[in-house]
Design a protein around this ligand. Structure first.
Ligand SMILES: Cc1cc2nc3c(=O)[nH]c(=O)nc-3n(C[C@H](O)[C@H](O)[C@H](O)COP(=O)(O)OP(=O)(O)OC[C@H]3O[C@@H](n4cnc5c(N)ncnc54)[C@H](O)[C@@H]3O)c2cc1C
Length: 390
């Protein structure tokens, strides 16, 4: 029977970061096995994401996780060698506000400023001067990340972290976790689809949109489910210089991607529900019904655009509050959870990897404190209110 001190279930960005930080930064000498059912990562949220990072959250703990993610991006060459490059483009986020949205923007700005984030509150006139292609008539302001925000290649980041974890001694295997063995309140093994069991000292659930199902093997209620989000690739020939990742008052976001743009929006409460893990058919109708009219209203230069492509991915959606669950289960204490990031997990993966590594190794967080995201809030039904969910 295989044995490991720690089994990580799910080897995309969150699982890979836990393995990497534990073995590399924290120097854990024990054995770590990462079980990944699809090493092509074709359906993982990580590779299907919009791959962007922002400081513009309303919760200090989310800002801290982003800031850690940013510092990690800046350390890539130092950590992985001179060729390490994920194409980070520091283009900024721009969150636009209508009359109703301005007080929230201002309130969030205070929190972000206190956390040291380089965010500028802009008036409609300033927006027009900086982004002349924008219609500002109905706007009261915008919050713009002058530095520390942008986008990159998620696949390249995953490749680097995964290779780094393997070089540091983590063992990635292709298999699917299908259950656990346990004695009283401790996990003793992870059962695999191949028929074997890995005897383990502990396990971490990094199964992304499938994390709720993995927890169910232990009869643990974890309100995380796959919810579809479609990304549209847009061809627009007219120039829109210096476009940041702009989040319109309609909820539609858009950012440049090479010679194209990518854009998306939540599908709306009535059709935003759990989907089958294989259902990756884009919500094409959102383009005509919501995205194009909103973009044209905001940017008259988007009068003649073409949808060049579209894909869908699954948010690992936490139905309590659209925030992750990070930490040990209070009863089964050698079962850790790092999932449910609901659209912001790529940027928060490095910080989460280090935090879970420290919790496993030292029994306490040392560098970052994501304890507000612990499982206890699920038990008590107490949401963490993050106002900037995209
Ligand atoms: C359209 C879209 C846009 C997004 N945009 C952004 C963004 O701009 N910025 C940002 O920070 N985040 C973004 N996100 C969110 C981000 O992609 C996720 O939060 C993050 O990638 C989660 O990583 P993960 O490793 O937890 O999950 P995943 O990447 O889904 O990986 C989970 C892995 O677990 C494996 N697995 C599942 N069950 C098992 C099992 N039983 N046994 C073995 N393996 C298993 C799966 O095969 C998968 O590879 C976006 C997501 C989507 C869908």
């Amino acid at each position: 029977m295989k044995k490991a001190d720690l089994v990580i279930i799910g080897g995309a960005i969150v699982g890979a970061c836990v393995a990497y930080f534990l073995k590399k930064d924290l120097g854990f000498k024990g054995s770590v096995i990462v079980v990944e059912r699809d090493p092509t990562y074709a359906k993982s949220a990580t590779t299907l994401s919009a791959a962007s990072i922002r400081q513009q959250f309303s919760t200090p703990q989310n800002i801290a996780l982003s800031q850690f993610g940013l510092s990690f991006i800046h350390q890539l060459k130092e950590r992985f060698g001179p060729d390490a490059d994920i194409g980070f483009h520091e283009g900024g986020y721009l969150l636009l506000a209508s009359q109703a949205g301005l007080p929230v923007l201002q309130q969030n700005h205070q929190v972000q400023k206190k956390a040291g984030a380089d965010i500028e509150l802009m008036t409609p006139d300033a927006l027009k001067r900086t982004f002349p292609w924008m219609n500002v008539d109905d706007l009261t302001g915008g919050a713009y990340g002058r530095s520390g925000e942008g986008w990159f290649d998620a696949h390249m980041l995953l490749d680097l972290v995964r290779k780094g974890a393997i070089e540091a001694g983590a063992n990635f295997i292709k298999d699917e976790a299908t259950g656990f063995t346990r004695e009283h309140n401790r996990i003793t093994g992870v059962k695999l689809a191949s028929g074997s069991t890995i005897a383990c000292g502990a396990a971490v659930n990094c199964a992304g949109p499938n994390a709720g199902n993995v927890a169910r093997y232990l009869d643990i209620a974890l309100p995380i489910e796959p919810r579809k989000r479609t990304v549209f690739v847009i061809d627009c020939k007219k120039p829109h210089p210096n476009m940041p990742l702009m989040v319109d008052t309609s909820g539609v976001y858009i950012r440049p991607e090479g010679d194209y743009y990518i854009s998306g929006v939540s599908p709306g409460a009535e059709r935003d529900h759990a989907v089958d893990s294989d259902d990756l058919d884009p919500h094409y109708d959102l383009f005509e019904d919501v995205i194009w009219p909103s973009l044209y209203q905001r940017m008259p230069g988007f009068d003649a655009i073409k949808m060049a492509n579209a894909w869908a991915g699954h948010y690992e959606y936490c139905t309590l509050d659209q925030n992750p669950v990070i930490g040990a289960h209070p009863e089964i204490q050698n079962f850790y959870i790092a999932a449910g990031f609901s659209g912001h997990g790529l940027q928060h993966a490095p910080g989460t990897g280090l935090a879970i590594g420290e919790l496993f190794l030292h029994g306490a967080y040392k560098s970052l404190d994501p304890s507000i995201f612990g499982y206890e809030r699920i038990l008590s039904g107490t949401p963490v209110r993050e106002l900037n969910v995209i």
